[in-house]
Design a protein around this ligand. Structure first.
Ligand code: HEM
Length: 155
């Protein structure tokens, strides 16, 4: 049974059905790429920045918009809701969520500006694209760190 599974795995994506047997040379295999394979890729900085841009956009939209709008509403509705707002934003977990959103915003903003330049064909050659991608990380990550220190009361 295990052997059968192994054989079928080895043939995955390869020729199956008519013409795949009979001593002919093995045909090349074109396997489907799975999301899990992404971890085994060596990714240059533009690829990392691009993926993070998508993740940050989705995070801002799905978590950022509802959470920030809720906090905004709580801060304005009444004195009691304002106290509620203060209690929420002083909780460590809410601070972590806010920090993730702050990173997402900073990364998305800076990477987004980079993409807009790329869209008008500025800096599209490989060395420039790599430099600008590195710049996105070099600007957004320390900025996030500074805000994290402020958020958690280090200064
Ligand atoms: C702060 C200024 C912003 C800039 C400069 C910006 C820029 C961009 C650009 C250029 C793209 C297209 C990227 C591409 O070509 O693949 C994009 C995609 C996107 N943005 Fe923004 N954006 C900003 C703010 C936001 C905000 C506040 C949100 C959410 C509330 C958001 C959510 C998204 C989403 C979900 C996508 C699609 C991501 C994808 O499919 O890869 N963006 N943004």
């Amino acid at each position: 049974m295990a052997e059968a599974v192994e054989n079928s795995t080895n043939n995955a994506g390869g020729a199956s059905g008519a013409g795949s047997s009979g001593g002919r040379a093995a045909r090349p295999e074109f396997r489907n790429i799975n999301v899990g394979d992404i971890l085994s890729y060596r990714m240059p900085s533009p690829a990392i920045v691009s993926i993070l841009h998508r993740i940050s956009g989705v995070l801002l939209f799905l978590v950022g918009l509802p959470f920030i709008l809720y906090l905004f509403q709580q801060s304005l509705l009444s004195e009691i809701s304002y106290e509620n707002y203060r209690a929420i934003v002083s909780h460590w977990f809410a601070k972590l969520v806010l920090l993730a959103l702050i990173w997402a915003y900073l990364h998305h903003l800076i990477a987004g500006l980079r993409f807009l330049f790329l869209d008008v064909h500025v800096g599209v050659d490989k060395p420039s694209a790599r430099k600008s991608a590195a710049a996105v990380l070099i600007i957004s990550l320390p900025l996030t760190l500074i805000i994290a220190l402020k958020l958690f009361g280090v200064f």
